[in-house]
Design a protein around this ligand. Structure first.
Ligand code: SAM
Length: 285
């Protein structure tokens, strides 16, 4: 029996608030989370889907508000997640489908939405262990790319994603959707270029930067030599010279055909799985 199954329901303790009006002030605040400014001010973000909300709570993320559709009322898992939210001091809202659609801006919304506290890790002073791989993204702009990279980093067993410079928000609804829940599993860091450079020099790792003009075939790099920080460039302009110069290796993924580059998320996946493959084969020996 999981911790979820042992909990009493929130309804039994009468702490579910019913909301049908789109102009309800709490609903207005939740809708505001579509804006980065509101997310930053409140330090929260929205995630959709019952399984995802349950997983996030089990991973220890703080839930501030649980919103569920009237149609989900009485479903055991929904009742249990509601009880858990109340037990943690959160608010539970039972809403009409119209309200849920307006909150998520979707015609067929998920039955359950959670509002969670954002979580950033401290890069300062973080030393890398031998089996760790990090991905650092220079000014990633596209939420779909960022979400896909977080999801891929999770699947490849990376230890974190570092956002360098002015990046798209990992807690936007588009990015969170694209992570498919991995936003709750992969530690996120943010840094200016100078903070990133200072950290990478002190971290004990090697920076393998990817560049279309990279001198080294990515398959020839020794990813076991040191823990690896894979540094990926911006979608439009690639890596700036300041970051490229600071890399230990400048790697190229050889291409054929007419495409001049790979999509950023695809290039990140190729690099992540190559680096992790080397490390895992080390462990198997
Ligand atoms: N026009 C950009 C340029 O000149 O670099 C293209 C950027 S590409 C869409 C985004 C990032 O993906 C690059 O900065 C690099 O980090 C990585 N990338 C894409 N294709 C690559 C390749 N064939 N070799 C190495 N890195 C690649």
């Amino acid at each position: 029996m999981t911790e979820f199954e042992r909990r009493p329901t929130a309804r039994k303790v009468g702490q579910v608030k019913e909301v049908t009006s789109l102009s309800n002030p709490i609903i207005k605040d939740i809708k505001g989370l579509m804006n980065k400014k509101d997310r930053e001010e409140s330090g929260t973000f929205m995630a959709e889907g019952l399984k995802l909300v349950i997983d996030a709570i089990e991973l220890g993320w703080e839930i501030r508000t649980l919103v569920y559709a009237k149609a989900a009322k009485g479903k055991p898992l929904v009742e249990q997640v509601a009880a858990k939210t109340v037990a943690r001091g959160g608010l539970v809202l039972e809403v009409s489908e119209k309200v849920l659609s307006s909150v998520t801006r979707r015609d067929n919304p998920q039955m359950v939405v959670g509002i969670f506290e954002q979580r950033w890790q401290r890069l300062d002073g973080l030393a890398l262990a031998a089996d760790q791989t990090f991905v650092a993204l220079d000014r990633v702009r596209d939420p779909g790319n960022l979400g896909t990279i977080i999801r891929t980093a999770d699947a490849a067993g990376a230890s974190g994603v570092v956002l360098v410079g002015d990046c798209t928000d990992p807690f936007s609804i588009e990015t969170v959707r694209a992570t498919m829940g991995s936003v709750f599993a992969v530690p996120l860091y943010r840094a200016s270029v100078s903070e990133f450079l200072a950290w990478s020099r002190a971290s004990g790792g090697q920076v393998v930067a990817t560049h279309l003009a990279g001198a080294v075939d990515y398959r020839t790099i020794n990813y076991k030599a040191k823990p690896t920080i894979l540094l990926m460039g911006n979608e439009q302009s690639g890596l700036p010279d300041e970051l490229a110069r600071a890399a230990d290796r400048l790697a190229r993924i050889p291409q054929q055909g007419r495409a001049d580059s790979l999509n950023l998320a695809i290039a990140s996946a190729v690099m992540l799985f190559e680096a992790r493959r080397h490390l895992l084969s080390l462990e198997a020996k």
